[in-house]
Unconditional design. Structure first.
Length: 364
């Protein structure tokens, strides 16, 4: 499998690419504390970061690290496509390609509205315009995927949440927009770039630790031709540079998981720019005001539910609530297993392996 980030769940010595399969297989042992589910990321990534010294954290230097890696990938692969939401991560990748004559063969954007309603698709329209403005000089094809009601047919399957052809990793995407389900099949010698993942820090007992949280990046488990630009074992200096830039500009850390989206909205974009990202030109995108909320409470998911009901598909929405309630009741007694709110269930986030971050570099 051609990816720069192997990842899986592990329980009782067995690997899983769907956390719900792990819960189900080891339910009795999990309930009594004889087993627990671990989130494991690529040992080669962990090894590449161990002992790395604190690098330059200037935003221009960070961008130079991205550009160098993009040029290497352009030489290596016959076709490069970009999963392009138009958010700060994927927009930074595309803008650096445009500004540095790095040709992207295809951008792929998945929309939300069944009726192609601009209000519902607003998060993506600005990015699509940018992509089209640079077609065909810098981009070979601008692919826009519009959802169909039939995309939700998996909800009619019994135990859909344990089916790896539907769910990979842990996330439950309400709209069913799983990457492996909508991404066009890859040709040989094709790589698909993603903007995963902004730097994350775990703060515990006065120590700062590098780690990854499984949601949302675990969605890409066992998915071929994926290359995460900001989580790249072949470019560990980029990870370290962004992480120290985050430490320098974040302020005080709370116990547990910390990332830029924990900052107040008015401070968020300033920090993001210092990590080397570009502004999209739209504050509601830069500050993630439309999405990035748990339990489907984001504006876009609320509007999507309204549209689904307006189209007369109350039965599907009832089925979604029913299945989420069933999942919660089945696994609710697993320690640190699931959370339930607003009628929706999710797996409790799981940390990967951790590395202590010191003043002058990562621990060994």
């Amino acid at each position: 499998m051609d990816t720069n980030l192997n990842q899986w769940y592990e329980c009782a010595g067995k690997q899983y690419f769907n956390v719900w399969q792990a819960y189900d297989t080891h339910l009795s042992d999990l309930l009594c504390g004889k087993a627990h589910v671990e989130y494991v990321i690529d040992p080669e990534l962990v090894e590449s970061l161990q002992g790395i010294k604190r690098p330059n954290t200037d935003p221009l230097y960070i961008r130079s690290l991205i550009i160098t890696q993009l040029k290497k990938l352009r030489k290596k692969y016959n076709k490069i496509r970009l999963l392009y939401s138009g958010g700060t991560d994927s927009h930074t990748i595309l803008k650096l390609c445009v500004d540095n004559d790095i040709y992207i063969d295809e951008t792929v954007t998945h929309m939300i509205s069944y009726k192609q309603t601009p209000k519902l698709n607003i998060e993506y329209l600005h990015g699509i315009k940018f992509a089209k403005d640079n077609f065909p000089r810098c981009i070979g094809k601008v692919t826009i995927i519009h959802p169909e009601i039939d995309d939700l047919n998996f909800y009619f399957q019994r135990d859909w949440y344990k089916n790896i052809d539907v769910v990979r990793g842990s996330p439950f995407w309400l709209r069913g927009q799983y990457i492996h389900r909508y991404m066009p099949p890859a040709d040989n010698d094709t790589i698909t770039l993603t903007g995963m993942e902004k730097p994350q820090i775990n703060y515990s007992a006065g120590k700062l630790e590098w780690c990854l949280l499984d949601d949302p990046i675990s969605e890409y488990m066992k998915t071929d031709s994926i290359y995460h630009i900001f989580c790249d074992k072949n470019n560990p200096e980029l990870i370290a540079s962004q992480l120290y830039a985050l430490i320098d500009n974040f302020g005080s850390f709370k116990d547990g998981h910390n990332c830029v989206y924990d900052l107040p909205a008015n401070k968020r974009m300033d920090c993001i720019k210092k990590l080397g990202y570009y502004s999209t030109g739209k504050a509601y995108i830069d500050k993630a005001l439309v999405g990035k909320k748990s339990f489907n409470t984001s504006i876009k998911n609320k509007l999507w539910i309204q549209e689904l009901l307006h189209l007369g598909h109350n039965n599907i929405m009832d089925l979604i609530y029913e299945s989420h309630n069933k999942i919660f009741l089945k696994y609710r007694d697993i320690p640190y297993g699931v959370e339930y709110n607003n009628g929706f269930v999710k797996s409790v986030g799981k940390f990967s392996q951790k590395i202590t971050i010191k003043q002058d570099g990562f621990d060994t």
